[in-house]
Design a protein. Sequence first.
Length: 367
Amino acid sequence: MQLKRIVAVHLLNDFSGSPLVLQQILEVASEHSQVHVFTATPSGTGVLSNIPGVQYHSVYYRWHARKWLTLLYFMWAQVTLFGRLLCFLRASDTVYINTLLPFGAALAAVCRRCRIIYHVHEVSIQPRLLKQLLVTVARITADMLVFVSEYVKQQFRFPEHKTTVIYNALPERFTSQAMQMQQGKAKEPFTVVMLCSLKKYKGVYQFITVAQQMPHIHFMLVLNAQAAEVQAFRQATAAPANCEIYPVQANPLPFYSRAHLVVNFSLPDTWIETFGMTILEGMYCGLPAIVPPVGGVTELVQNGEQGIYADARDCYSLTRYIALLATSDSLYYTLASAARERAQHFSQQRFSSAIRQLLGHSEGVAC
C-alpha cells in the first residue's frame, strides 16, 4: 500500500525555534507517512537539514538588511512555491505549513484540494498589510490551525472548531542530556546567557547595556547569525570584556552548562514572544529565567516561581533582578529547582501524541 504523503513547507531553515518544532513534527510524521519538505537553507545547514526519511525540495529565499529586498525575495519564494506545489501536490496529500509566511503553498494546496494544516508561531508580523494578507489566506484555506500557546490563539479570530493549542517541546536527545546537568553548581562567576536572533527587537542592545553596568557578572550572547555579522555587531556595540558574543550554534548545551540564568529581553512594544524555546531549553538545564511580562512565555514561566518577569526596556529592573539572583542563594536555588520541574510538563511524549492525533496516525493525548 502506498504511504500517505505529508508535504511540509517552511520558509527559512535556520537554528531558530520554529524549524526546531517542525523538525519534531517531521520525525513523527515519517513514522507512517512519506514526508517531503520545501524550504530555503541559505546558510547551507539548519535544524531541518538531514532528517532521516525526509525528502527535500529547495526553495530560494534569504533575509537582507534592506527591507525592500527581503520583501522581493519573499514574494518570489511565494510565486515559486505556488507554481512548484501546484504541479507536485496530489489531492490525497496533507500540506503542513509552518508559520503563516508561506501563503503561496496554501494557495497551491487549496487549488489541489489537499488537507491544509497551519502551525502558527508568530503574531508580530510587519508590515501590517502583509499580516492581513497572511491571516486572510490562512482563514480561507486552513482545515486546521495549531497554535504554540493560548496567547497566540487569542490574537486571531479563527473559527474555534478549526483551532487547537499544542505547546512546544524539545527533542529527547536534548532533554536527556540537559537533565544530567548539575544543579547547585558554584555561582562564581555568576553567568547570564541569552540565545536569540540578531534583531534589535530581541533586546540585544539591552543585553550589552546590562553587561556594561554589571562588570562583576559574566554574560554570554549566542546569536542566530553568521560570524561576520556577529563580529560587526561586537565592534558596533563596544561589548565589554565580561560579555562573550558567539555566532549561531548547532548545539547550545555547552552554553547552558556554563550558565546560571537564562534570559529573554525581547521588547514588548515591538516583539511579543509567543512561546520561548530557548527559555524552555534553559529550564530543562535547571536554570531560572528572566522573561517579558507578556506573551506565550508567561504560560511557560510563572512569575516568582520558575523565574521573574521584567520589561527589558527597564534596564534598572534587569540589573536589580540579576543581582538578586546572583546574591540570594535561597531564592536562586528554589527557582532553579522549580524551573527544571516545570520544564518537564512540556515533554516530547505529549507533543508527539498530540501531533499523531492531528495527523490521524493514532489516538493521542491532548496537550
